[in-house]
Write a protein of this length. Structure first.
Length: 364
């Protein structure tokens, strides 16, 4: 199996097209055509992680965080980023990162936090915009069902929890080919009025290329008329953060104890206790203070995230409890998620969980 094939498998879980604009996801070091001998999964790619990959015979590191985040203009080994890249290149080890693509995934970082906290009735906290498209095309009636079936196979017709979604209208279309045309119906120069079906299907933005390829392959006309538009609908399965509910309400102190133990954190920084029960819980792994207004709007009783600054704790203004559990702590289970997912998909070589604790923060 080549690296590009592993990437295709990961793209099913977390399409790179849903990465945030500021991010640097994808293959950072290596060749797409390289055969994979083994995969090491980590949260961060440090020199010690590259050493571990060498020792365990893994030539592909799947890292949540990208080791190369900003411009890398020189490779002199003056900092840890350059040293990691140099060591990886010298030892023919590829590095791939998912980061915010997995943040935005329905089964990604925040789903793992929800799993650990046993949250139900989950939904995305900040749905990602412009991720649902609509394709409209016109096809002869007798070809409409076959074309629709092929579009479904390519990934069209999905929205939220539904699949095979479409809308069609039968009508009459007209066309007249010139002398250079090659019509499958009628002849050159003939004005035709043909019974046609107008087909409308929704599709995820990341399936655009596959769906259009299927359209061009299976539509019978020489010249295909189609429209592709972006819908305003919120995507229920793509976006930052999640919000869910506990089966039963819990007192603030008891929930914080449960949170501290479950997330293996030595310290929870939190806003003033409100003496209110905790039932509705919002989560956002990593640096998530930007989502405080969203959590308040959704009437969360507590918002769990990381990297909150001093003034962020003022922003909750008594609406909810804000809990900062630490960046590493909020994302630590992402490694388990990726290993479990890849092991279900790949059986011809080892997919290993890195044993290196890459958390740069220690607590006294």
């Amino acid at each position: 199996m080549k690296i590009k094939e592993v990437i295709a498998i990961l793209d099913e879980l977390a399409p790179l097209s849903y990465s945030e604009e500021f991010d640097n996801t994808g293959l950072l070091v290596g060749d797409y055509e390289t055969n994979v001998s083994g995969i090491l999964v980590t949260l961060d790619t440090l020199e010690s992680v590259v050493d571990e990959a060498i020792k365990k015979g893994c030539n592909l590191i799947v890292s949540f965080h990208p080791i190369i985040f900003s411009d890398l203009k020189k490779l002199t080994g003056k900092n840890y980023v350059e040293r990691v890249v140099i060591k990886a290149i010298k030892n023919n080890i590829a590095i791939f990162s998912l980061h915010t693509a997995l943040d935005n995934s329905w089964n990604g970082v925040n789903a793992m936090i929800c799993n650990k906290l046993n949250l139900t009735n989950r939904r995305v906290l900040i749905p990602k915009k412009n991720t649902i498209k609509k394709l409209t095309t016109y096809v002869p009636e007798k070809h409409s069902q076959n074309l629709l079936s092929e579009l479904f196979k390519a990934g069209a017709g999905t929205i939220g929890n539904y699949s095979n979604c479409s809308f069609s209208i039968d009508g009459t279309g007209s066309f007249q080919g010139n002398k250079e045309s090659n019509p499958i119906i009628g002849s050159k120069g003939e004005l035709r009025f043909e019974k046609e079906t107008l087909l409308n299907v929704t599709l995820p933005a990341h399936k655009k290329s596959d769906v259009l390829e299927s359209l061009f392959k299976h539509h019978p006309y020489e010249e295909i008329a189609y429209e592709l538009t972006t819908l305003e609908n919120n995507n229920q399965h793509i976006g930052m953060g999640m919000i869910g509910e506990l089966d039963t309400s819990d007192a603030e102190i008891e929930f914080l104890k449960f949170l501290k133990q479950t997330m293996n954190t030595s310290c929870i920084r939190h806003s003033k206790l409100l003496d209110k029960p905790i039932k509705k819980v919002a989560v956002l792994g990593g640096s998530g203070s930007f989502a405080i207004p969203n959590a308040i709007k959704e009437r969360a009783d507590i918002f769990i995230t990381a990297d909150c600054k001093y003034h962020d704790f003022f922003k909750v203004e008594g609406h909810m409890l804000l809990a900062d559990i630490g960046h590493y702590e909020s994302e630590q289970f992402t490694k388990e998620l990726l290993v479990a997912y890849l092991n279900k998909k790949i059986t011809i070589f080892a997919v290993l969980l890195s044993q290196i604790n890459t958390n740069p923060i220690t607590y006294f």
